[in-house]
Write a protein that binds this ligand. Structure first.
Ligand code: MOS
Length: 765
């Protein structure tokens, strides 16, 4: 499978020397603002309530929308009476498949096109067919939300129900292993893993199950939309501003420049805030009504029409020789991915890069059910795949009587185990050693169930987290220098609360040799140069690459404007760099002229350049992954089976940390989501009816303040020489590894191995 001297790329095996090596970003060495603690620039606006979210934008003659969802899973509408709803007070429009404009379907993310945005390619209210439970069958517009809600209840519908596919176990018989263009193949086979398993002195071979989960961002999915003639203005809660605008233009047959999507602030996205039916429906209704429309999904509505994480059944088998070297690594399983969905739930991603093994067998199978398609949810695949893999490693360590950290360190690979590519930077061993030291791992008792304090059994556990680095093509940034010596950075990127603007302002300051307060960052508007979606933990690197390219272009432009009457005269672009609010010779730093001076002499108010980031070839040549060592200390009540987590520590290896404060918050937020994954979150899907039963935050449990212990985070901070700024993504790594660390600590406390999430108390009694 591995071609020596070559690396596997999206184009197949390519000799390594064909690909560029990636010159290290000079800012890795020359940092001033980057790496410093800096408060979020959007903090004061948020705290003061001045940040306007999509459902808060004021518009004249605004009407409010309510959706009606199908209680039937499969079938068709046989009777539809909207008369009472249309006659109800304040009602402007009732829209059903009868009057909904005829539209095409959305291209799916990743499947047809990496810049596409659709999460589902099902038709949107185009016919009377019901394809999943919760599908929207009607939309009501009224002068107030209450009037719309009331009228929605007056719509009379009958359905002819048909048998739906809703049972995971039954659907396994029809599983597919489709080719995936997302990163790697769904089937990898090296050596003969089953034979190695059969003959090994040590082996574990178990099934692990993870439930479906739903998105619960604080801000509900919402938009406020207005048509101005043939122009469309959409204030949307979205993590993909530019791609949404392009897709909406195509779907509604508009010119690209006639659609403007604005999304300066998003109250949490986590992969769920893409383009779904509700935006299309609200935009269509606004056109029919000739009025601006606001649609905010109810919390239940999010469960009904926004996909979540797929349930999985995973087999992990590991064999080891007498020295504890892995001889076989098997990770196979099933997730639900209907053919009209886009998210392959890559739960074997971590398994591909974390361990060296003589034989490897990886197969991901997809099954079809009649459901709203699953979608990207913080570390889709990795979060649940590392639960299975890292539980199994812990089980093997226990079977062998070896410390689980020691077993992992013995099997760290020198090169990527599947592709053979060299790691760009990989210090998981150091992350483990540093984390173990700070956590006090030596206090762990190897024999489970032997530490007791009153009714409580005490346990410590650890696990590895992993997430691949990526950088998106198609990132664009505009840099504008002003006569007063300040600069504006513009791109359509979104701020979902992770500090996008803050770190890019730090970046621009260092890139341009300016102080932080001289930089303004414009974002969240599709009229600005297009940035890729905030997803795949790659927004920061994608924008950083484009900003570096724009800065290079700006140097050329400034040298041209500076002319010959300057200390810089005769220097070429490669011989100067940004320094001290201007440009200086690299070899002769005294040859310097400020931006102010260059612009004043040229008689210019501004100078502006736009550039796209280079093709992200670095991760085709090098194996680039963020990784972590997660440690957990907890108590399990011997009386009730209740689990209380006392301490979590995350030790991360993610390249340069650009801002310690925003990074620590990202890591902690991810780890809290990991706690939910481990202990509380579970979509209760009724396999008889195909309906989600716990579509409220009262019934679907996310960790509350009292569930969240002290969370300590630390990092190696070693720059990645092949990424812009030396940074890899940090948005999703925090959640990975946490569920296994908790499960492993539960085993250490009780001697009970729970292989099915969430670890609720009934599983421990
Ligand atoms: Mo993330 S699941 O790529 O928003």
């Amino acid at each position: 499978n591995v071609v020596v001297g070559s690396v596997r790329t999206a184009l197949g095996w390519v000799p390594a020397q064909w690909l560029p090596g990636g010159t290290p970003d000079p800012l890795i060495e020359r940092r001033a603002a980057i790496g410093r603690q800096a408060s979020r620039l959007d903090g004061p606006q948020k705290v003061a309530g001045e940040a306007r979210f999509a459902a808060e934008v004021a518009m004249d003659r605004l009407v409010y929308a309510t959706l009606v969802h199908s209680p039937v899973t499969r079938g068709r509408i046989t009777r539809l009476d909207t008369a009472a709803a249309e006659a109800a007070p304040g009602v402007t429009l009732v829209m059903t498949h009868r009057n909904m404009p005829r539209l095409g379907t959305l291209p799916l993310i990743g499947v047809s096109d990496l810049t596409a945005v659709g999460n589902s390619s099902l038709p949107i209210m185009q016919d009377g067919e019901i394809r999943y439970n919760g599908q929207v069958v009607a939309l009501v517009l009224a002068d107030t939300q209450e009037q719309a809600d009331h009228a929605a209840g007056l719509i009379e519908l009958d359905y002819a129900a048909e048998t739906a596919r809703t049972r995971f176990a039954e659907a396994k018989a029809g599983a597919r292993t489709p080719a995936s263009i997302l990163i790697d193949k769904n089937h990898v086979s090296i050596g003969n893993a089953e034979r190695e398993l059969a003959s090994a002195p040590y082996r574990v071979d178990y099934l692990y199950r993870t439930p479906g989960q739903n998105h619960n961002a604080i801000e509900l999915h919402a938009l406020t939309v207005a048509w101005q003639g043939e122009q469309l203005l959409v204030h949307d809660a979205t993590q993909m501003v530019a791609a949404s605008a392009a897709a909406l233009a195509k779907l509604f047959g508009l010119k690209k420049d006639d659609v403007r999507v604005l999304s300066p602030f998003v109250g949490g996205g986590f992969g769920g805030k893409g383009l779904w039916d509700h935006q299309i429906l609200a935009i269509a209704a606004a056109r029919l009504a000739g009025r601006p429309v606001r649609l905010a999904l109810s919390r239940e509505g999010v469960y009904r029409i926004i996909g979540g994480r797929s349930p999985t059944e995973q087999r992990v088998a590991i064999a080891a020789d007498a020295q504890g070297q892995f001889t076989a690594l098997v990770h196979t399983g099933y997730s639900v991915m209907p053919p009209y969905g886009a998210c392959p739930e890559q739960y074997t991603m971590g398994t591909r890069s974390l361990y060296r093994a003589r034989s490897v067998e990886i197969v991901q199978r997809h099954i079809d059910l009649d459901i709203v398609p699953n979608t990207f949810m913080r570390a889709p695949g990795e979060a649940i795949g590392t639960f299975a893999l890292e539980s199994a490693v812990d089980e093997l360590a226990h079977a062998m009587g070896v410390d689980p950290i020691e077993l992992r360190l013995r099997n760290l690979p020198e090169r990527h185990p599947i592709s053979g590519a060299p790691f760009s930077q990989h210090a998981l061993g150091q992350a483990y050693r540093d984390g173990a030291g700070r956590f006090g791992w030596e206090r762990r008792k190897a024999e489970p169930g032997t530490r007791r304090e009153g009714e409580w059994l005490i346990g410590l556990g650890c696990a590895t987290g992993s997430f691949p680095y990526a950088r998106m093509p198609g990132a664009n940034v505009r840099l504008t220098l002003h006569a007063d010596g300040t600069a504006t950075v513009s791109c359509s990127a979104q701020e979902m609360g992770m500090g996008t603007a803050t770190v890019q302002v730090q970046h621009a300051a260092d890139r341009l040799g300016l102080p932080i307060d001289a930089i303004t960052f414009e974002m969240g508007d599709s009229a600005l140069p297009a940035a890729p979606m905030a997803g795949g933990s790659c927004q920061t690197a994608s924008i950083a690459g484009a900003m570096a390219a724009a800065a290079d272009k700006l140097i050329g432009e400034l040298l041209r404007l500076a002319g010959n009457d300057t200390p810089l005269a005769g220097l070429r672009a490669g011989e100067v760099r940004f320094a001290d609010a201007g440009i200086a010779g690299i070899a002769a730093p005294a040859r310097h002229e400020t931006f102010r001076s260059i612009l004043a002499r040229a008689g210019r108010e501004t100078v502006s350049v736009t550039a796209a980031g280079s093709m992200p070839l670095e991760f085709l040549k090098f194996a680039m992954h963020s990784s972590s060592a997660i440690f957990c200390a907890l108590r399990v009540s011997g009386v009730t089976g209740e689990v209380r987590v006392d301490r979590l520590l995350g030790s991360f290896d993610c390249g340069t940390i650009l801002n310690p404060m925003t990074a620590a918050s990202q890591f902690r937020g991810g780890m809290i989501m990991g706690l939910g994954l481990a202990l509380t979150e579970e979509t209760l899907f009724d396999e008889r009816s195909g309906r989600i039963m716990n579509a409220t935050l009262a019934d679907y449990h996310v960790p509350a303040h009292l569930d969240v212990p002290e969370i300590d985070v630390m990092w190696t901070g070693i720059p990645d020489p092949r990424s812009p700024l030396g940074a890899r993504g940090i948005g999703e790594i925090g959640i990975t590894g946490v569920a296994a660390a908790v499960a492993n600590a539960v085993f250490n406390a009780t001697g009970k191995r729970v292989r099915e999430l969430p670890i609720t108390l009934d599983k421990l009694l």
